[in-house]
Design a protein around this ligand. Structure first.
Ligand SMILES: Nc1ncnc2c1ncn2[C@@H]1O[C@H](COP(=O)(O)OP(=O)(O)OP(=O)(O)O)[C@@H](O)[C@H]1O
Length: 293
């Protein structure tokens, strides 16, 4: 198996705060991989270390077979980070041409305008673009050098529906052509829809990994809902085996549980007047919440 990125037992500390805690990651060539996690989970810190913008406190990272931060990698890796500043005074075309001059085999200007969807704004100053347009320009900039590996930190923030659709079409096309993509997101629907592989990070640790299907399948969470003619107190429900969360709307009770067999048997033994029981597999959203809480 060829891995484009290997993160081995990496920790990053800022003074005495551990932002990334002994993580191991391996990303496959030609795949769209997502690092999914809530705010402050350690996603940007991880991407910054993979790019060599920051050094791990301990552990090591290999990118395309070389240590992260190796100078030659800048020609092979494209990156879109958060808070990209627009080049002062330059037009869209001038920015793109400037970036094209950095590479030996750059994409054509036409291709880059297509990718960014900025044909109409080509002569406009980059600093006068809207937030979403600036993001699209930055995305095109990250692709100028035909990179083998593309790292994208929260790429779709600020993009409208049309821009997102174009963005994902471009990303899928790049992956189909053998490029490897690693993106960060806190949007699990986005990760579910586009990623071949998801690593879930929370509190600086990798808490789950797999294809979207595997993550959903392995999520042990289920919901059991029922009608109770004589509903018990919530505390009593929380004492039932495997119950993680209780929701009550009048006499309809919904339990979020890890396993159902023992619970179902117990429910029928109570004197709560239980009827109309329904069992559902938890949604990906519930699994994600349970994993990252
Ligand atoms: N330079 C720094 N100095 C001190 N703490 C930092 C620094 N950079 C990040 N942190 C802290 O490390 C943690 C992880 O930050 P990081 O930016 O990697 O999270 P994230 O998952 O990218 O979050 P978000 O989704 O909000 O962008 C946060 O608690 C953050 O405050």
């Amino acid at each position: 198996m060829t891995y484009t990125i290997e993160v081995n037992n990496v920790t990053k500390q800022f003074r005495n705060y551990t932002a990334v805690d002994h993580i191991n990651l391996k990303f496959e060539k030609g795949k769209i991989s997502a690092l999914l996690g809530p705010n402050g989970a350690g996603k940007t810190t991880t991407i910054s270390m993979i790019l060599g913008l920051m050094k791990p406190t301990s552990g090591d990272i290999t990118v395309l077979g070389q240590p992260a931060g190796t100078k030659a990698l800048s020609q092979r890796v494209g990156a879109l980070m958060q808070d990209v500043k627009a080049a002062d005074g330059l037009t869209v075309v001038e920015v793109l041409n400037l970036f094209r001059s950095y590479y030996t085999n750059p994409m054509s200007l036409e291709q880059l305008l297509d990718i960014s969807g900025l044909h109409k704004e080509a002569k406009r100053r980059a600093s006068a673009l809207s937030g979403g347009q600036r993001r699209r320009l930055a995305f095109a900039q990250s692709l100028v050098g035909n990179p083998e590996l593309i790292l994208l930190d929260e790429p779709t923030v600020g993009m409208d529906v049309e821009a997102r659709t174009r963005f994902w079409d471009t990303i899928k096309g790049l992956a189909a052509n053998g490029r490897s993509i690693l993106l960060t997101t806190h949007d699990l629907y986005e990760a579910d829809a586009v990623a071949d592989h998801i690593s879930i990070i929370a509190g600086g640790r990798i808490v789950a990994e797999g294809t979207p299907q595997e993550l959903k399948r392995h999520s042990a969470l289920r919901t059991v809902s029922f009608h109770a003619a004589r509903p018990p107190h919530e505390n009593e429900l929380l004492k039932l085996p495997g119950v993680e969360k209780v929701e009550m709307v009048q006499s309809r009770i919904c339990l979020h549980v890890e396993q159902t067999d023992e619970l179902l048997a117990l429910l029928l033994q109570q004197d709560w007047g239980v009827t109309d029981i329904e069992v559902h597999a938890a949604k990906f959203e519930d699994a994600f919440r349970a994993l990252t809480k």
